[in-house]
Design a protein. Sequence first.
Lengths: 281, 399
Amino acid sequence: MTSLPKLPLAKWVNEFVSWLTQFEGFFQAITNFLNAIINSFQWLFDLLPQWLFVAIIMGLTLYLNRKKQKWSLLLLEFFGFWYISNQGYWRDMTQTLTLVLTSSLIAIVIGIPLGIWMAKSDKVRTVVNPILDFMQTMPAFVYLIPAVAFFGIGMAPGVVASVIFAMPPTVRMTNLGIRQVPYDLIEAANSFGSTSWQKLTQVQLPIAKSTIMAGVNQSMMLSLSMVVIASMIGAMGLGTKVYFAVGRNDAGSGFTAGFAIVILAIILDRVTQAFNQSKNK
Amino acid sequence: MTTKVEVKNLTKIFGKRVNKAKELLMAGASKADILKETGATVGVDRANFTVDEGEIFVIMGLSGSGKSTTIRMLNRLIEPTNGQVILDGQDVMAMSKDELREIRRHKMSMVFQNFALLPNRTVLENAEYGLEIQGVDKATREKQANDALEMVGLTGYNDQYPTQLSGGMQQRVGLARALANDPEILLMDEAFSALDPLNRKEMQNELLDLQENMQKTIIFISHDLNEALRIGDHIMIMRDGEIVQIGSPEEILTHPANDYVERFIEDVDRSKVLTASRVMIRPVTVNIDKDGPRITLRRMRENEISSLYVIDNQHHMVGLVDARDVIQLIKDNNRDLSSIINHDVPTVEMDTPLKSMMDEASHSPLPIAVLDDRNRLQGIIIRGAVLDALNGNGGDSHD
Ligand SMILES: Nc1ncnc2c1ncn2[C@@H]1O[C@H](COP(=O)(O)OP(=O)(O)OP(=O)(O)O)[C@@H](O)[C@H]1O
Ligand SMILES: [Mg+2]
């Protein structure tokens, strides 16, 4: 064993990464595309006065929970956002929200079709499953290195790293949800002469929806967990505050910024859950 | 009668080594051997049957006998391993995907054993489902779905979700969903199994009406022989993937093909199925236009009975005479029977079910006269015959 020379795996990966950098134009296009989404979100959040932002979130919560109000959530939103504003983290919070929403959006746009494809074909599932395992278990820091190589510094590589780390639950849960649709419903759809598309849109997706949404919710939480890591490559937001506090050994501001992340996480989680449930009648 | 569906050698083998299993099956191997050798299950083995247009064709058999598999091969929800399905002269097996889809959309609709309603849709939306797939506009499909729901007796639940309904109600939604399509053929897999007896009877009547008024062809799987006998024009009995017997309800009851069928019909409620003509016996009669009291008395003695039915030259039923009155008549030297005829006798028609004459049979001391539609005496039913028939010995006395 010991006599075997060390496999030059690291070298190969490096060579592969530098080989990829020749597609600079391609990565530049992706970067521009990501920045367009990021800037739109950020533009919107900068435009909204704080009180209006809070009012919209609370209004949305009221609407989503119209069947059964959860007053505690409304209180949390009110005091949570007040705390964030009070600590001077408002813009950081909106930057973090931008990162999370952009990553989630991309995770949904790529992840759901991929999950559908996986559900429809056992072969695809066999190939994709280990890739998802890899994406999820590889320490998230590792993605930062190639992300910087391809997408530079800033929000865009942060989004890319978050998407890679956060997308697997959406793919998996979409696959799972569709595969879990009871066979007799598929049979009923077939017996009435559905096309595959009709079957997907009228039966499989609606019935798998809550499972898929649970996956989306998980993806969102995972991408939020990436904000501190992403701040190391220049993705602005609450993560940056935590990161700086660590650098300055400032436990106090580390806590206040970290607490803001927790608040944002809880609100995001509860609101997406309410969204999920309200659509499920 | 025109043939609607014809099935030839229809076979389904489940599992992996289907070709090998098929070879073995054709070579006459038993299912157990095939399972042992190849691991494949023979679901249906070379089924042959025809379904006439406008009839209710009932498939019966124990669990696992291949009923669901058979019915699903008709619209190729299960792809047959071998054999043919001919629908209106067209070979269903040879159809392209698109043609098959058209057949499923317009010609055959299915009602499922376990309802298979979409949980995310309301009752009305479920009933509209088939029409929605066809691309029918909203107004039309709502109307048709409403009509179908009304037909199955489910009004006022339009906006409920399936989980809010009882099993029986869900089953009716499933039926309405199929009816809303207005198909020529209804495939019903134990479609009434979740209904309580009262609703079940109601739905059976509804089905009979549908068949009669709208000329629907209905292929119906049932576990309940009473139901099969009540609604079926033909009954097909399956066992282990094979057809054991096909026949009208009466044929099945009176001439079961083997022990399996016999055991099947053992505990059927015969009173609902057997008719007067099945249990009546040839009456001993006298002809009022020809015979006098002495002949009457002789016949009574010969047959050891104390009363006789009187008919006329045209075989019309006139009434009943009693031995004591006949003897009195002879003593009085009167030759005319008409003065002693009892006209107030119990009568039934040829197709009266036993059920509706049980009361009469158990209370009346007189034998019941069975008349045809021109009032001619065709037979009589004595009390014992009714009870015998209900105990499973019925029918043969007639032949
Ligand atoms: N998808 C399948 N794969 C393997 N075997 C199957 C499959 N479907 C049915 N079978 C087998 O085929 C046989 C017939 O099944 P089928 O469902 O047609 O029975 P059934 O008469 O409808 O029974 P039940 O009254 O319980 O509904 C059974 O032995 C069953 O195990
Ligand atoms: Mg079945």
